[in-house]
Design a protein around this ligand. Structure first.
Ligand SMILES: NC(=O)c1ccc[n+]([C@@H]2O[C@H](COP(=O)([O-])OP(=O)(O)OC[C@H]3O[C@@H](n4cnc5c(N)ncnc54)[C@H](O)[C@@H]3O)[C@@H](O)[C@H]2O)c1
Length: 388
């Protein structure tokens, strides 16, 4: 039985989710073509690394990520740090010939994303980016309907991701509120997920964007604790640290083939817990998805008698082999951590069989090109072309 050894860099929320995902993937999909084993966890201090390693049942904890990159036994470097670290760790890992699983957004800047994608291609290593939402197999049904021409010519795409998980000023300041660490605010954080939906489903280039970023929350309370991100963790109210990242974004875009689009993103939409979804409209039909019904996507076909036209609800179930590996019954439904397990499985299968993983660093770079264009558009207060 082949084993693939993994070192995780960053033992916060995502570090733990990734550790869990490899175990779930192993149990659900079995030991072929390889068994993933997380051997090492790195964090900024030995205490943080040991804490995460113990919780996740990982043997070795290190306070310097180079120990993972330099370890000849490790096959996959798994990056779960704040965004400003993705580039250094990924480039060192690629140079050492490691395969790389990197959380989204791929990088801090678009220049870094270009270098990362090129380095991975030149070195011939397998890469994947943590756009877990598109691992949900229900989007495969939507993608197939679009690719099969069921919507006709695409005219309009609306993608939204609204939440209120950072609306409270009492919450503690984290790296997400620091532009020097995050590289972008909402547009790079959840905007990157919106763009992953677009590229997964529509798979055409975004050509131009007009973006308005809003900076609403001026500061957050100084942190009382370090380590994993937790929704609702309050800080020290007497000490304030400036929030230098955007909290909301509205984007108009035009895409290849003459279609137009609209994205709205917010981390401060009071009362909205998690409103993610899309409408994809064509001349002959449309698709509608909302995360509240995570396993369903609705398809409308503009044909037949007018009074009989309506949406067909497409529901994901065990006809999809990845769904079937996790659940035997349709209505039970998959959730966030299941998509992470599918993502881990995708990486393990790709590395073990030598095929590319999806979505790889090139996909991550495409997303980063649009994030960059949005930031430029906001700064210039005008439409800008997406480069790359
Ligand atoms: N795909 C998703 O849905 C999703 C969700 C959340 C976060 N993310 C991404 O995952 C990454 C991590 O986010 P998170 O929510 O887990 O953050 P987090 O703050 O919970 O965890 C980050 C961890 O990295 C550690 N760290 C910081 N610098 C380090 C270094 N130099 N070496 C080793 N460890 C270091 C921190 O101490 C912390 O434990 C980010 O890039 C974020 O955008 C993706």
């Amino acid at each position: 039985m082949r084993t693939l050894r993994i070192g995780i860099v960053g033992g916060g929320w995502m570090g733990k989710v990734h550790a869990m995902s490899y175990r779930t993937a192993r149990s659900a999909f079995g030991p072929d073509p390889a068994v993933p084993v997380v051997t090492t966890m790195a964090d900024v201090t030995k205490e943080l690394a040991e804490h995460a390693a113990q919780e996740c049942g990982i043997e070795r904890a290190v306070s310097d990520w180079h120990a993972i990159v330099d370890d000849p036994e490790i096959d996959i470097v798994d990056i779960c740090t704040p965004n400003d670290m993705h580039f250094d760790v990924a480039m060192a890992a690629i140079a050492a010939g490691k395969h790389v699983y990197c959380e989204k957004p791929l990088s801090h800047t678009v220049e870094q994303a270009r270098k990362m994608a090129k380095a991975a291609e030149d070195r011939g290593v397998t890469t994947i980016v943590g756009f877990n939402y598109i691992q949900n197999p229900v989007h495969g049904l939507a993608r197939a309907a679009i690719a099969g021409g069921e919507l006709g010519d695409l005219t309009y795409v609306r993608i939204f991701f609204n939440s209120d998980f950072m609306s409270d000023r009492h919450l503690q300041h984290t790296w997400r509120n620091d532009i020097a660490r995050a590289g972008a605010g909402v547009i790079g954080d959840i905007g990157a997920h919106c763009l992953s939906y677009f590229y997964h489903l529509v798979d055409r280039e975004v050509e131009e964007v007009l973006c308005d970023l809003r900076f609403v929350i001026p500061d957050h309370a100084a942190p009382l604790s370090t380590g994993a991100f937790r929704v609702g963790a309050v800080g020290d109210p007497s000490r304030r640290i400036a929030n230098t990242t955007d909290d909301m974004a509205t984007v108009l875009f035009r895409f290849q083939g003459g279609g137009t689009g609209h994205m709205e993103m917010s981390r401060i939409s009071t009362g909205i817990r998690f409103d993610i979804g899309y409408d994809i409209v064509g001349t002959e039909g449309m698709l509608r998805y909302n995360y509240e019904r995570i396993n369903d996507v609705d398809l409308y076909r503009d044909s037949g008698p007018v009074e009989r036209r309506g949406f067909t609800r497409m529901r994901m179930g065990p006809t999809d082999p990845r769904y079937a590996a996790l659940l035997p019954v349709t209505a039970l439904g998959l959730g966030y951590n299941d998509y992470k397990a599918m993502e881990a499985r995708e990486m393990i299968e790709a590395v073990a069989t030598g095929r590319p993983a999806y979505p790889d660093f090139r996909f991550g770079r495409r997303v980063q090109e649009v994030v960059d264009a949005c930031q430029r558009s906001h700064a210039q207060r005008s439409w800008v072309k997406v480069s790359g």
